[in-house]
Design a protein around this ligand. Structure first.
Ligand SMILES: NC(=O)c1ccc[n+]([C@@H]2O[C@H](COP(=O)([O-])OP(=O)(O)OC[C@H]3O[C@@H](n4cnc5c(N)ncnc54)[C@H](OP(=O)(O)O)[C@@H]3O)[C@@H](O)[C@H]2O)c1
Length: 352
């Protein structure tokens, strides 16, 4: 299959190229960057020297479109909406890393603070969480690849919400991310001196992944329980925080149990839900996930805990924001869309 990677100088784009460089079934024929247009990949990202991508050069993303089967858009919010209609016209199947097609227009406008201009059709985008939408992903023309916090929170809470274990109107998601989550462009709030040896919350009460998580959990619940009243809401309070590390997301999610349950009962439900998932591991009761065990992998590790005193279910989950939270999940989706075995090229072990 012939592939184009837009945003190939960014963290998501580079991880995508790293995952594809040894794939004999994939030909990356085009890489996009406006700032590096005309330069060779190896002159900008030297790790690709002596690889089969060594001769690739960057093309402008505003120019002529590449003739490919798949386009992976590792670009900022707003770009996909400008290019998706034309790519679809040319029968290119698309995986968009941004939030452009994850939400209904009015919700997107509110949480991303961006006006939707032109055709507001969402082109039947499929939300690319394989653990929820595997069959639809296989046939999709356009994938809205999920956000990194959203993937972690959804995997943490999906079984509890589907099985009606917790009060879904008062879920709390405490979420932390490494600094690569903010992208490669330097900002005052994310440069080394501002971040190292420190720790703080940001976008309190306003993070754009809030409606994405609510929408996904609501849909998971609807599928499990048949039709739901539209009024039945899933409400989460999401607090995002910046960890002084390069990569990794850590979520602790809290839900008030509807009835008393033991940790082994909850563990069994989670284990059964994810039994056939190649990239989700439910740790044995008593263990907790750790970022360095998943960093550099496409794995999500999670663990469940019950606090009897407060009748609360706690779920801890961790994944690599650039892999299962972005490029790894995109390749998982590409594999599904192209009829390739789902885990192909995603077997990397954690870095220590
Ligand atoms: N970082 C994460 O952990 C993560 C996780 C999940 C999803 N995402 C999403 O993935 C996308 C890429 O994120 P990233 O972290 O890889 O960002 P990044 O490191 O900042 O890279 C952005 C890439 O997009 C290009 N670009 C910048 N402005 C552009 C514009 N106006 N139009 C078209 N291309 C433009 C840049 O190319 P130039 O060389 O021309 O600057 C660069 O290659 C974003 O939508 C982000 O929300 C990121």
């Amino acid at each position: 299959m012939r592939i184009a990677v837009f945003g190939a100088t960014g963290y998501g784009g580079i991880e995508t190229l790293k995952l594809l460089v040894h794939r004999k079934d994939v030909e990356v024929v085009w890489i996009g960057s406006d700032k590096q247009e005309g330069k060779k990949l190896v002159d900008v990202i030297p790790m690709f020297r002596n690889t089969r991508f060594a001769s690739l050069g960057f093309s402008s993303q505003q120019g002529e479109l590449p003739d490919v089967d798949f386009a992976l858009l590792a670009t900022p919010h707003g770009f996909a909406r400008s290019i998706v209609p034309t790519l679809l016209e040319h029968r290119v199947r698309i995986i968009d890393f941004s939030g452009d097609y994850r939400l209904p227009d009015e919700v997107y406008e509110k949480w991303y603070n961006k006006a939707v201009t032109g055709n507001s059709n969402n082109w039947n985008a499929v939300y690319g969480l394989p653990e929820l939408n595997r069959e639809a992903i296989k046939e999709a023309k356009l994938i809205a690849n999920p956000g990194c916090y959203a993937t972690t929170a959804n995997l943490a809470l999906m079984p509890a919400v589907e099985m009606d274990l917790v009060d879904v109107e008062h879920l709390v998601v405490d979420a932390k991310s490494g600094v690569s989550g903010a992208g490669r462009n330097p900002h005052l709030t994310t440069h080394f001196v501002e971040v190292s040896e420190s720790y703080k919350a940001y976008k309190v009460g306003s993070h754009q992944h809030t409606p994405e998580i609510e929408q996904t959990l609501w849909e998971a619940r609807r599928r499990r329980n048949g039709s739901l009243e539209q009024q039945e809401q899933v409400r989460i309070l999401l607090t995002t925080q910046l960890l002084p590390i390069k990569r990794g997301i850590y979520v602790t999610a809290y839900g008030h149990l509807k009835k008393s349950m033991s940790v082994s009962e909850v563990f069994e439900i989670y284990q059964e839900r994810y039994a056939n998932e190649p990239f989700v591991t439910v740790l044995p009761p008593g263990e907790v996930p750790e970022i360095r065990q998943i960093s550099g992998t496409n794995q999500c590790h999670l663990s469940v805990h019950v606090d009897d005193r407060t009748e609360t279910l706690l779920v801890m989950a961790t994944l690599d924001n650039l892999l299962k939270g972005a490029a790894g999940q995109a390749i998982q989706n590409l594999n599904l869309m192209s009829g390739t075995e789902e885990a192909t090229g995603l077997s990397g072990m954690a870095w220590w």
